[in-house]
Design a binder for this molecule. Structure first.
Ligand code: NAD
Length: 466
């Protein structure tokens, strides 16, 4: 329904090496025709994406149920609604983002005029993670399409039902000459990267991010890396403890803690440690009642990793949870009070329903604690004091900061989303997604008359002073 296919899609039985090469060649040929540059084409793709999200809710929820054991409601809020916000924002604004940006130039260049032209990069690659399999592949796709690129999407093989559904739906709704979903694991991803792209946006762990960047360097493919890290929630002495407890537990319970910007751990002021812990534990009990059978973690490998974190000699006190269901890969919401600073649970990104609590004497101690580790993807502050807000915004380096809540910065296309340092490079969402997938081309246009000899020899002092 969307443009006549230029050539037959590749046969599904091609090998892991052949499929990436055939697919990328096909997309490059489409891009070279100029079809994806047209604003009408971009609008059509975005509209189709929106239609897809609206009409295929049941198929998406089913896949998320199979892969992640998510409730349909949670599937809607975490993968469908979030992606829809991005598509709607792009549909509303992409013409404005694509507009030529005119600038006045220095007098020495008179009568030149300058402008910035945002051109599509070409054929780009989006590699997704498994925890929000739709949002983390279709979200970046929004920016890439809005900017007029041909796109290869590589969903995570660890969420196979979602990967298959993404492929089926993209083929049903989008221009298959310009948007292709290639399924597979490490071998396929490496074969894709070997083709060379005009950009690659990767979402995943810092460890894999290094491998992606290394593989991309062979073809000088620029990368945006959306990585993870240990995002702290700081609770100060004058925080609203009821609200802090609710919002922290909510952020950690979502997707069983398998969220890149979940509260990885809490840093609490000793002055309020006791009442905060009481409220936290009461909230865990209240919030887990909704689903007494719990949400298992994705697979046995993750389960074993998380179990090892709990069972290790971490030096802390398990004050809630700690119980597991080996058969279902289920880990109860577990709270560990004051594990030793060098324990694995305080050193590694947890990515599961385990919440360590670190007690400090002051906000200075909390800021120093965060500063000793790699820069996190997010930092949350619960405090009623505006001076504390200002201090944390100034002194904590993180991908994003939310004051008195968690996760919210990710849900706003009006803000860029990305990490810093170990938690990533580059950003997307809203206009930043569009810019990530565009080249900002500087253009100067001038005239041959008058031909002012300012730049030509002889280079007199008077000329140099102008
Ligand atoms: P991962 O790094 O294991 O895998 C992500 C993708 O990389 C998958 O598509 C996988 O097939 C591919 N991959 C894995 N190893 C590869 C290799 N050697 N060469 C080429 N490709 C390879 O990540 P994950 O386990 O799916 O996700 C969890 C991590 O992602 C956590 O660290 C989390 O914080 C992070 N994350 C970040 C964001 C964000 O927006 N910044 C969002 C979700 C998850």
């Amino acid at each position: 329904p969307i443009g006549r296919p230029l050539m037959d899609p590749p046969a599904p039985d091609l090998s892991a090496q052949e499929l990436p090469s055939v697919t990328v060649t096909r997309l490059r040929e489409t891009f070279a025709t100029g079809r994806t540059r047209s604003l009408a084409w971009r609008e059509r793709q975005l509209q189709q994406l929106l239609t897809m999200l609206e009409t295929e809710e049941a198929a998406i929820a089913k896949a998320l149920g199979e892969d992640l054991d998510r409730f349909p409601g949670a599937a809607w809020s975490a993968d469908i609604a979030t992606t829809r916000i991005e598509v709607r924002d792009a549909l509303k604004n992409f013409r404005k983002w694509a507009r030529r940006e005119r600038h006045l130039l220095p007098f020495s260049t008179w009568p030149s005029r300058g402008f910035i032209e945002r051109e599509p990069l070409g054929t780009v690659l989006v590699i997704g993670a498994w925890n929000f399999p739709f949002y983390l592949t279709l979200g970046p796709l929004v920016g890439a399409l809005a900017a007029g690129n041909a796109v290869v999407v590589k969903p995570s093989e660890l969420a196979p039902a979602s990967s298959r559904t993404i492929k089926d739906l993209v083929e049903k709704y989008l221009d298959t000459d310009a948007v292709a979903v290639v399924e597979g694991g490490v071998e396929v991803t490496q074969a894709l990267l070997a083709q060379g792209f005009d950009h690659c946006l990767f979402t995943g762990s810092p460890q894999t991010g290094k491998k992606i960047m290394e593989a991309a360097s062979a073809t000088l493919t620029p990368v945006t890396l959306e990585l993870g890290g240990k995002s702290p929630a700081i609770v100060t002495a004058d925080a609203d403890l009821d609200v802090a407890a609710r919002r922290i537990v909510w952020s950690k319970l979502a997707n069983s803690g398998q969220t890149c910007i979940t509260t990885d751990y809490v840093i609490v002021d000793r002055a309020v440690q006791k009442p905060f812990l009481e409220k936290l534990l009461a909230t865990v009990t209240a919030f887990t009642e909704e689903r007494p059978d719990g949400q298992p973690v994705i697979n046995r490998r993750q389960y074993d990793r998380l179990l090892a974190l709990i069972q290790a000699d971490h030096g802390g006190q398990v004050i809630a949870g700690g119980t597991v269901d080996d058969e279902r890969c289920l880990i109860d919401f577990t709270v560990i009070l004051d594990p030793s600073p060098d324990s694995a649970v305080l050193a590694e990104e947890i990515f599961g329903p385990i919440l360590p609590i670190v007690t400090v004497e002051s906000l200075d101690g909390a800021i120093a604690h965060v500063g000793r580790g790699p820069k996190p993807l997010a930092a949350y502050l619960f405090s009623g004091n505006r001076n504390d807000h200002a201090r944390v915004v100034r002194d904590v380096s993180a991908g994003g900061i939310v004051i008195n809540h968690a996760l919210l910065h990710c849900l706003s296309p009006q803000l860029p989303f990305g990490g810093v340092g170990n938690s990533g490079m580059g950003s997307y969402h809203g206009k930043w997604g569009f810019d990530t997938f565009s080249h900002l081309k500087s253009v100067v246009r001038t005239w041959t008359r008058p031909d002012i000899p300012l730049l030509y020899p002889p280079h007199t002092e008077a000329k140099a002073r102008i």
